[in-house]
Design a protein around this ligand. Structure first.
Ligand SMILES: [Zn+2]
Length: 481
């Protein structure tokens, strides 16, 4: 069997964060009573006219700039004609051909081994979302909700031939892209709600082949994990088809996350004829260079730049920095806590470890717990000064998340400060006296048995004794026996 290589093109759709829809005044938000946010424009009633949402245009331009694209100073909209119940107008307003807002950009991803790669982006364009069909199980009919009809939608397409060479790279691309959208505040990036949709089209070919294999398009991937799993599955399936003497069919395939399989949805063997033509009811977009410059200047520090800066400025490992910058608020939280801290790495460890775990249990991000950056810095300070042990800090942090109190308040109220050496010495003497057989073993040369005594002392002191003190005092006490 020849060796195969995978190539993946990516089409990503992001619903834009705007007050109103793309071409009408209906509110743009998720969910709600079906068909409660509709009007003649987004229902496609005859005689209604679209009016462009400026904010949506601005969001797409800022994204295209952040993705290093060339911005078209003049771009137009088209009608993409097809019939489907979720599209009441009978056409979708989109941008077609060589006039998208952004072209020829790139996004850099960082692989697990720290190496980076540029993924070229061919276009970033603006269009409108469709309604949503809801299939009733077994009842034999479907209903349609037009609340999503006309919601501004941005499409971001990678270049051909594809730069993405594995399922992992595709996942990293989707994750990095989502971070950029969150930093720009142009989308809420919720894959589980479908406001960010990643549609990979993987293909395989024998290594050394100079033509690309037939690609399939994957849909219904509603997490980064399913992006990776779906592509891994699909590449394997395609190889099996080819090795079995068959031929891969160009089609759209759905992903069943529970079963871990893809299934055929719609053949794409015959190119659909959408009869694109320029939208006559909208004027072209003509951008002013000064306006573009002001948008360029308004771009925030983006995740990749922030990652490099945090690693350098705070001496963090690249993997920690990469995790901290995934969401802008998390990075801001870290910087606020690390400002003036003796050991920023300790702050990062607590954020990515215990605090992340506690926040996760409450289903909120780290920055949305009751713990403020100052309070976390205060807790790390108490450990550094020796006032509490790292072990005690774990329970202190739990209390801080639950109550919003500072570490000092929790320590004070619960009497959690480290026990004084005298107190520990007393406990050590009792433990040694109570365990003569263990002491005898240690004196006979079984050093490991001291661990049992350390454990007893820590238990008696309720974890407030410093392990260094305990070890030293135990050795002294045993030597006296
Ligand atoms: Zn409307």
């Amino acid at each position: 069997m020849p060796e195969y290589e995978t190539r993946v093109g990516m089409e990503c759709h992001a619903e834009l964060l705007t007050e109103s829809k793309m071409f009408c005044g209906c509110r743009n938000e998720f969910g709600g009573e079906p068909n409660s946010r509709t009007c003649p424009v987004c229902l496609g009633l005859p005689g209604s006219l679209p009016v462009m949402n400026k904010k949506a245009v601005e969001h797409v331009v800022r994204t295209a700039l952040a993705l290093n694209c060339t911005i078209s100073l003049h771009s137009i909209f088209h009608r993409k004609n097809y019939f489907y119940p979720d599209l009441p107008k009978g056409y979708q307003i989109s941008q077609y051909g060589n006039t998208p807002i952004g072209t020829n950009g790139w996004l850099e991803i960082e692989r697990a081994d720290g190496t980076t790669k540029r993924i070229r982006i061919t276009r970033v364009h603006l269009e409108e979302d469709t309604g949503k069909l809801i299939h009733s199980d077994g009842a034999g009919y479907s209903v349609v909700d037009y609340n999503r009809s006309g919601v501004p939608l941005m499409e971001i397409v990678t270049d051909f031939p594809p730069d993405i060479e594995s399922a992992e790279e595709a996942r990293l691309y989707a994750e990095t892209l989502r971070s950029v959208l969150l930093y720009l505040q142009v989308s809420d990036g919720k894959m589980e709600q479908g406001s960010l949709r990643a549609e990979p089209n993987p293909s395989v070919r024998p290594v050394g082949s100079d033509t690309f294999g037939v690609k399939t398009e994957l849909k219904n991937l509603n997490s980064f994990r399913s992006v990776q799993r779906g592509i891994e599955y699909e590449a394997k399936r395609q190889i099996e088809v080819i090795e079995g003497g068959g031929r891969v069919v160009q089609e759209t395939r759905g992903w069943d996350d529970d079963k871990g399989v893809s299934f055929s949805q719609r053949s794409k063997e015959v190119e659909q004829e959408y009869r694109y033509f320029p939208e006559p009811d909208l004027i072209p977009l003509d951008f002013d260079v000064k306006w573009l410059d002001s948008l360029r200047e308004s771009l925030p520090e983006l995740p990749n730049e922030k990652k490099r800066r945090l690693a350098e400025q705070y001496g963090l490992p690249a993997s920690d920095a990469a995790q901290l910058v995934l969401e802008r608020e998390t990075a801001d939280f870290f910087e606020a806590a690390a400002k003036g801290a003796k050991d920023p790495k300790a702050i990062a460890n607590w954020m990515l470890g215990d605090l992340a775990r506690l926040a996760n249990a409450e289903s909120v991000p780290v920055h949305a717990t009751q713990v403020t950056p100052g309070a976390l810095a205060g807790m790390v300070g108490l450990i550094e000064s020796g006032a509490i042990t790292g072990k005690i800090a774990k329970s202190v942090l739990e209390e801080m998340v639950a109550t919003g109190k500072t570490a000092a308040q929790v320590v004070e109220e619960k009497g959690l400060t480290v026990s004084g050496a005298d107190e520990v010495a007393g406990i050590v003497a009792n433990v040694v006296a109570a365990n003569p057989d263990v002491v005898a073993k240690i004196k006979a040369g079984n050093d490991k048995s001291i661990g049992f005594l350390v454990g007893q002392v820590m238990k008696e002191s309720k974890g407030r004794a410093k392990p260094d003190d305990v070890n030293r005092l135990l050795k002294d006490e045993i030597a006296k026996q």
